[in-house]
Structure formats: C-alpha cells, structure tokens
Design a protein around this ligand. Sequence first.
Ligand code: ATP
Length: 140
Amino acid sequence: KEQTLGIIKPDGLLSNYTDKIKNVILDSGFVIRNEVSLQLDEDSVRTFYAEHSSKSFFNSLITYMTSGPVLVMILEKENAVADWRALIGPTDARKAKITHPHSIRAMCRTNSEKNCVHGSDSPQSAQREISFFFKEKSAA
Ligand code: ATP
C-alpha cells in the first residue's frame, strides 16, 4: 500500500487537536505505520521546506514550525498521498472552512500559515519526506 507523510504542526499539538486528528485519520482508513514527536530546529525546517526558501513567508514559516513540538507520522493506505491531501484540505484554513468544511484544516481553522497539518504533495515528495524523518521506509 502507499505511504505518505503527515505532520501535526505546533498549533495542532498546542490546541489539543491531536486526538481529534488521529481519529479522523483512523476513521478514514489510514494506518499510522510509525510516529515520532519532536522539536524541529531551524536547520531541519530549512531543509524540509527548501522548495519555499525564496518565498516571502519563509522566515515566518521557520518561526512557526520551530515554535513547539510536531508529531510526524507515516500514514498508509491505498492512494494515501492524494487521500491525505484531500482530507487535510486547502492551505488557507480560513478558506478551507468555507469550501471544505469537513477537512482537518477547517476543523483547526486559523489562517494560511497556521494550518495545523502537513501532507506530502506527491509520491516523490512522500518518499523524500519519509526518509527525512525515518531512517527507512517502514515495512508495509
Ligand atoms: P504543506 O506543504 O505544509 O502541506 P501546502 O502544500 O498546503 O502545505 P505550501 O504552499 O506547500 O502549502 O506551503 C507550505 C506551508 O507554508 C503552508 O502549510 C503554510 O504553513 C505556509 N504558508 C504557505 N503560504 C503561506 C503564506 N502566504 N503566508 C504564510 N505562510 C504560508
């Protein structure tokens, strides 16, 4: 089965959305194959989000992602990458509330930066991101 990387970001953990988010994950047919809670440092956020390094919001993204611990998960099911992206909803949590009211980002509902979860955007990103956080791909 396919695997993707999910992250509950600092605002998700701080606001105690963790259990709600995990319930949605399990109810949607994902298996949480592996998980680790960790505090990211600036260097790891820079590397993880390297594709955004030229964006105006990059420094604030680093501050946000290092503001508290995150929960990193390997999520597994058929079509995991696309299904997890659909489940989390659009980047801007305020818009998500209107256009995708049942999405996870609508549930946490803050703004385009503090959107409480991350999901790999393609199978290639998923592989890169899983090996960024976990030594090897978990056995299926
Ligand atoms: P992610 O990659 O975290 O799953 P995404 O693919 O929906 O989110 P990206 O465009 O890849 O969104 O942006 C990565 C992250 O950068 C966003 O999740 C958000 O935290 C932050 N971000 C994106 N756009 C903005 C913005 N305009 N202002 C502030 N932060 C932003």
